[in-house]
Design a protein around this ligand. Structure first.
Ligand SMILES: C[S@@+](CC[C@H](N)C(=O)[O-])C[C@H]1O[C@@H](n2cnc3c(N)ncnc32)[C@H](O)[C@@H]1O
Length: 296
């Protein structure tokens, strides 16, 4: 058997890791329907995904006639997401560049820019503002940004209560011989816990405090690790409860701001907010929103 190259190993590692995540870190079917409606039908021209979220690249590829571009600075991540995509990505043009560096050939060339939580990796508000201005320059007349993104909860979020309720639900799954459905439940509940650790760690300015968040991740991992000892559960815990450090391809979320503040920045950087759809979630009120902003 051929030895895997280091690059292939990295791609496999990232795709296996990302495949452990579920909603809310990945978009659900209903949310993709909402995004699809906001995207409108653009059958010609060019659409770009900021990052390489498989569900979004697939969504654009299904719009026949639309040329699809990915803007991402880490090729192994793009290749890993391609593995998770369901469509054929061979026609996708990949531009390897940082989002905050202007790519001149993109100027006024796009009808659509899709983003999935891309902004939360950037300092708020300075870098969001800078990015919105750059993206505006890439859009043609009437071009739009459509994004699914996390924002500060509309009601105070209490992590302890949320974790207790989640833990109670998890008590119903089998530790010794997990079924496929148990494994799925575990992935789903842990992904939600991961988002919960972030919401508990944002200050009123929307800045995410990483140290406190990493400590919280450690604590929940230890608590769950005492009850869920099966190797499949351990594998999921290791993946979903990984701590984030700035490194190549590493993603460290740093900002989960208030939607109203983001809306203001969109408006002052030359956009009209056309739609703002809070996606219903009892556990995460007001957190998951899809918006569309049209070039003014
Ligand atoms: C869009 S983010 C979203 C995370 C996750 N894949 C999702 O769908 O929610 C992930 C991608 O963004 C890329 N990325 C993160 N920061 C970037 C930056 N400043 N410039 C370009 N690409 C970046 C990463 O390499 C990664 O492929």
């Amino acid at each position: 058997m051929d030895k895997m190259s280091t690059a292939d190993e990295k791609i496999k590692e990232i795709s296996t890791w990302w495949n452990m995540f579920r909603w809310p870190l990945r978009p659900g079917m209903e949310e993709l329907d909402v995004i699809g409606k906001l995207v409108k039908r653009v059958d010609a021209g060019q659409g770009m995904v900021l990052g390489s979220t498989p569900e979004l690249v697939d969504l654009l590829l299904r719009q026949q006639g639309l040329r699809v571009v990915i803007l991402d600075n880490f090729e192994p991540s793009v290749r890993a997401m391609e593995k998770l995509g369901q469509e054929n990505w061979t026609s996708v043009k990949i531009i390897l560049s940082d989002w905050l560096t202007k790519v001149n050939p993109l100027n006024e060339s796009l009808d659509l820019i899709l983003a999935h939580n891309s902004f939360i990796f950037l300092q708020f508000p300075e870098m969001w503002e800078k990015l919105f201005k750059i993206l505006r320059g890439y859009l043609d007349i009437n071009g739009r940004i459509v994004a699914r993104c996390f924002f500060a909860p509309s009601r105070p979020f209490n992590f302890e209560t949320f974790f207790e309720q989640t833990f109670n639900r998890l008590r119903t799954i089998n530790n010794d011989r997990p079924s496929t459905s148990d494994i799925e439940t575990f992935k789903r509940e842990l992904t939600a816990i991961r988002l919960g650790t972030a919401l508990e760690s944002i200050n009123p300015k929307g800045v995410l405090e990483c140290k406190g968040r990493n400590n919280r991740i450690d604590t929940v991992k230890k608590t769950l690790g005492q009850s869920f000892t099966h190797s499949s559960y351990r594998e999921i815990m290791d993946a979903v409860f990984c701590k984030e450090f700035a490194k190549e391809g590493g993603l460290v979320p740093v900002a989960i701001p208030d939607w109203e503040n983001v809306k203001t920045i969109l408006e002052t950087t030359g956009f009209v907010v056309e739609s703002d759809i809070p996606l219903e979630s009892e556990i995460f009120p007001g957190v998951i929103r899809c918006f569309s902003a049209v070039k003014n």
